[in-house]
Design a protein around this ligand. Sequence first.
Ligand SMILES: O=C(O)CCC(=O)C(=O)O
Ligand SMILES: [Fe+2]
Length: 331
Amino acid sequence: MSVATAPRINVEQFAEEGYLVVEDVLDVARDIDPVVAEYSALLDQLAATWQAEGKIASTYADLPFAQRLARVLNDTGSKGYQPFDISLPQSNVSEDTPIHLGPAVFGLLTSPRLLDAVEQLIGPEILSNPIQHVRIKPPQRLLPPEMRTSLVGQTDWHQDQGVALPEVDETNMLTVWLPITDATVENGCLCVVPGSHHGGLVTHCSAQKGSARIGLHIPDALRGNNVVPVPIKRGGALFLTKRTMHASLQNESDGVRWSFDLRYQPIGQPTGRPVFPSFVVRSRQHPEQAVTDWRVWADLWRTARSNMVQNPPKGKLNRWTSEEPVCAEAL
Ligand SMILES: O=C(O)CCC(=O)C(=O)O
Ligand SMILES: [Fe+2]
């Protein structure tokens, strides 16, 4: 559906609750359909290449998207997801680490209707923050346990401020979560703790439980118990502050749970992940600084990748050690 005027954002409600669902933020024909086509072509191309290389048993071309992706990932193991993501990994980057940098994704990042909404929350000088992912989640039961990371499986409780470097503390980072397919309770929509952003940043822990690694998460003791699921239809958006506690449910449906999470902030503030590239998406003061060509954006990531190969970032890209006392209590 194409809607001429951008939706009005309830800024007061966002400030109070720390989250806001807005329907029809995107223009489905302009912003979403091309992304679906771009990813279908990518899956076709990867499946053909990997079958030729003997990495997967079949191209699984007859299966619907969700089942096909699950079969492919079962054959490839966890490396198979990186070519779909719109970010580099945080470590072990090499010159041929894959990342998906296509025109349709750039179209989504720079969607004028989306930026009209973002502008109402953070002002007109807007930087695309590079902490971003695509999450394409097949039914959880079809995934082997080691594949159940937050990109492909369920996401643990966290605050986005907690998964960035401390330099983000003074940054007005806005998370924009965009479902490509309707997000429902059954297929693993997000959940939030309303008002949790008023309480400040809490400790995040990670842990090893047997052979399974549990990623960075807020221990139960520090999480509010007023958990609200947030189903959203495709075309809508969920806005989150950097301190709003959120997680995802698990995909118990037969279909795919597919979303992008993008972040925006005022120009001139640190991003929290300085080894990755940010760019101006909109500026009223210096409109000429906005990046408008997807190839320029793609090159920013390729340059960042080369820089990471030459100067691998030291340490983790977050502040936690898991030796904080609350982490021991939580185990
Ligand atoms: O989509 C998910 O499962 C997690 C998204 C998320 O954590 C975010 O958008 O910040
Ligand atoms: Fe998050």
